[in-house]
Ligand binder design. Structure first.
Ligand SMILES: [Zn+2]
Length: 213
């Protein structure tokens, strides 16, 4: 009976620790571990533990790109002036979909490699500003954001010229690296993005060009 209680307790602890952090990795006896991405040691328990950032809607966050996963996904860390620490976030760029390159059961799609390489060259190690829409996380707990290459002013957020020039999601569409994909309810720029996509398609840019035989 005591043994059963012990086993149940272990199961509960394992279940709790599985939900308390969004990225995988066992914790050592101090409640910490080494980060697979950066090699840095950090805590998930105790006074120095990282927290999950509670993301607000329609908000711009300054962040550093640690690694680009594919054309429309990256791993970031946040930079706050007060030195507060949060666990890394996986960010899915809103409103766009680049051809698949890393899906375990799907083949690499036409222009997927180009889109992935382009995002790697444009964003790796860069400081960016991540703008949330009305739903800052999806059901996989990923952050959903528009990625700005320079800090946008309040006016820039609704200025087509600024969006064309400094928003990376727009750049992906305008250069033919992505197609429009609205992740509801995040549709702030949907009409504009469809317009950008049409422009790229008419100019036969990137994935709208001819697929090699
Ligand atoms: Zn960790």
């Amino acid at each position: 009976m005591r043994k059963l209680r012990f086993i149940l307790a272990v199961i509960v602890v394992l279940a709790l620790s599985a939900v308390s952090f969004a990225h995988p990795g066992k914790l050592d006896k101090n409640g910490g571990h080494y980060d697979k991405e950066t090699g840095e040691y950090h805590y998930h328990k105790g006074p120095n533990a990282l927290e999950t950032l509670e993301l607000r809607r329609n908000t711009v966050y300054k962040a550093k790109i640690l690694r680009v996963v594919d054309g429309d996904t990256a791993i970031v860390s946040f930079e706050f002036d007060d030195g507060s620490k949060y666990q890394k976030e996986r960010v899915r760029f809103l409103g766009v979909d680049t051809p698949e390159t890393v899906h375990p059961n799907k083949p690499v799609q036409f222009y997927g490699k180009e889109a992935s390489d382009f995002t790697k060259s444009q964003l790796t190690d860069k400081t960016v500003w991540l703008q949330t829409d009305v739903g800052p996380r999806d059901r996989y707990d990923r952050m959903l954001a528009y990625v700005w290459l320079k800090e946008p002013s309040k006016k820039d957020l609704d200025d087509e010229k600024a969006i064309r020039k400094y928003m990376y999601n727009a750049k992906l569409l305008l250069d033919g690296y992505a197609q429009v994909m609205t992740i509801q309810p995040n549709s702030k720029y949907s009409n504009l993005f469809v317009h950008f996509q049409r422009e790229a398609r008419e100019a036969k840019k990137g994935l709208w060009g001819k697929e090699p035989e």
